[in-house]
Unconditional design. Structure first.
Length: 525
């Protein structure tokens, strides 16, 4: 007769061995991914709090240990489907060099393993901690840049309105606030994203522990968005008001950091106050989780787990999951990924004379060079014989992966205070029947100054005009061509007082026809 204690000991040994094997395989496959996460993404101030998420998830699972122990494990092949999807995404992420894809891949594999060995019922109990784990990963760069810009613009607008309510004169140009005696630049650190994401995460935790109906939890989480935006506007307004009396010290150093933490704690206090108000509305949820745990422990399930647990880590399912992860490791170390692709010619050689256009070369400040992280660039102001100007700018990226991305003028120009009166795509014929040229077009103005701009993204012989189209194309060409290099081209001309918009349009199209063949000699095919 088999000794149950011997069976239980054998089960624990096999479970431990398979768990250790999974940890080793995951570490081998995702080592470079998590090295980047820890050393690059988590050191960014916007996501420095994300490193606490795994610890929080660990506590949430530990808190459920009694209920999970009492529940029966029912292994299922459904989890292998999720593991397979994660491994496929891993291969795509390795080929494309996209870390966010690799982050999601790891999460899918982890959830798939839990589902495979614990079953659907336990997975449902662990659903919140597992979904919450996604908060440890930063947003993709191009989404992060868009969100940061929108928050900066909204915070700047609210800050100016609050300053004006206090009787002070303030005027906003994009992210620049003119107070008359000085100008304040609302930079990324003041966008609110640094405190927006942690506040959303905390609101999710508060909703999780909030014994209330679902609609109240949803209201609590959604309210974190306007609370974060409004309180950040208050922070900017306080800097503008106190600047008059205390000078630059309120916009930097200790006061700046302290005001950020104070506003964050104030926002958290508002969420807690909101919970108290919501408690007084309607009937309360009566589910007693402690009683539920007690019922589980009194049931026969716990007594049977010493035998049922023997199938919790079945050999066949474990072997399939391990083989899939070994395949992922093979993919990771066998891919010959060719990065970076240098420009065909350095932009320092870009001619100042193009047809009848004569140019003057410009340089970019180091603060922008550090932020944009391109590999080469050129900035030239060209003048035609009538002294009408077209500003030409091209930035080349040898790689658009591993955390790098092109910044679209559709995001950057409004940050400088430019208001788009018209925007969309435009096309016109090139010289000598070379085909149609497709560009993104924007007619904009600021302080009575009118300008017309075209911009596009050359990508290995293709012309793209949309940032999302660019990301999809970059991903596809990373898979098929093993390269992700590309460029941003932007041309701008003033709409002079003595001319119509159509005149500026004709000038910009004429210049683009002349510059495209020259630019082609500098970008790799």
């Amino acid at each position: 007769m088999t000794n149950p204690l011997t069976n239980l000991t054998g089960f624990k040994s096999r479970t431990l061995a398979i768990t250790v094997l999974y940890i080793i395989l995951l570490a081998a496959a995702y080592y470079s991914t998590f090295t980047w996460l820890v050393t690059m993404d988590w050191v960014r101030e916007d996501y420095s709090s994300s490193c606490l998420v795994p610890l929080i998830v660990g506590y949430l699972i530990w808190e459920k240990r009694r209920m999970l122990t009492a529940m029966e494990s029912k292994p299922t092949w459904k989890g292998i489907i999720l593991v397979t999807a994660g491994i496929i995404l891993f291969g795509l992420g390795e080929l494309a060099g996209e870390f966010f894809t690799l982050y999601i891949s790891f999460w899918l594999v982890l959830v798939g393993l839990v589902w495979t060995h614990c079953g659907t019922e336990k997975l449902r109990e662990l659903l919140f901690p597992l979904v919450f784990l996604l908060a440890m990963f930063p947003l993709p760069n191009f989404i992060n840049s868009t969100v940061t810009l929108k928050l900066k613009l909204l915070s700047s607008r609210l800050g100016v309105d609050m300053i004006q309510l206090c009787g002070m004169s303030a005027y906003r140009e994009g992210n620049v606030i003119d107070l008359g005696f000085t100008k304040l630049q609302v930079v990324d650190a003041c966008s609110g994203l640094r405190y927006f994401i942690p506040l959303i995460v905390l609101s999710l935790l508060l909703a999780y522990y909030f014994r209330a109906r679902s609609w109240k939890k949803i209201v609590l989480v959604l309210s974190a968005i306007p609370i974060s935006v409004i309180t950040n506007g208050m922070r900017i307004a306080s800097v503008g008001i106190l600047y008059k009396y205390w000078g630059p010290m309120v916009a930097e150093g200790f006061f700046h950091n302290f005001s950020g933490w104070f506003i964050f704690m104030f926002s958290l206090g508002l969420l807690l106050l909101e919970m108290q108000v919501l408690k007084k509305i309607g009937r309360q949820r009566t589910t007693n989780s402690e009683q539920l745990i007690a019922n589980y422990e009194k049931s026969e399930i716990r007594k049977q787990n010493s035998e049922l647990g023997l199938t919790a880590f079945p050999f066949t399912k474990s072997a399939v999951a391990a083989i899939l992860m070994i395949a992922a490791i093979f993919v990771s170390y066998s891919i010959d990924y060719h990065e970076k692709v240098p420009a065909s010619r350095p932009f320092a050689e870009f001619p100042l004379r193009v047809a009848n256009w004569q140019g003057v070369r410009n340089t970019m400040e180091k603060i922008y060079l550090d932020e944009l992280k391109f590999d080469d660039y050129v900035m030239i102001d060209y003048n035609d014989p009538q002294r009408k100007t077209v500003s030409f700018y091209t930035a080349y990226f040898g790689s658009q992966t591993k955390g790098g991305s092109i910044h679209s003028p559709a995001s950057c120009l409004p940050g400088g205070g430019w208001v788009f009166e018209e925007s969309g795509d435009a096309s016109f014929p090139l010289k000598d029947g070379a085909g149609e040229m497709r560009v993104s077009r924007a007619y904009m103005q600021k302080d009575g100054v009118r300008e017309l701009t075209y911009y596009w993204f050359p990508q290995h012989g293709r012309i793209l005009t949309n940032l999302y189209e660019l990301k999809l194309n970059t991903f596809w060409e990373a898979l098929t061509e093993r390269r992700t290099d590309g460029a941003l081209v932007r041309v701008i001309t003033p709409v002079y007082e003595t001319e119509r918009l159509a005149d500026a349009e004709a000038r910009l199209q004429g210049f683009t026809r002349e510059i495209c063949p020259v630019l082609a000699m500098f970008l790799p095919k």
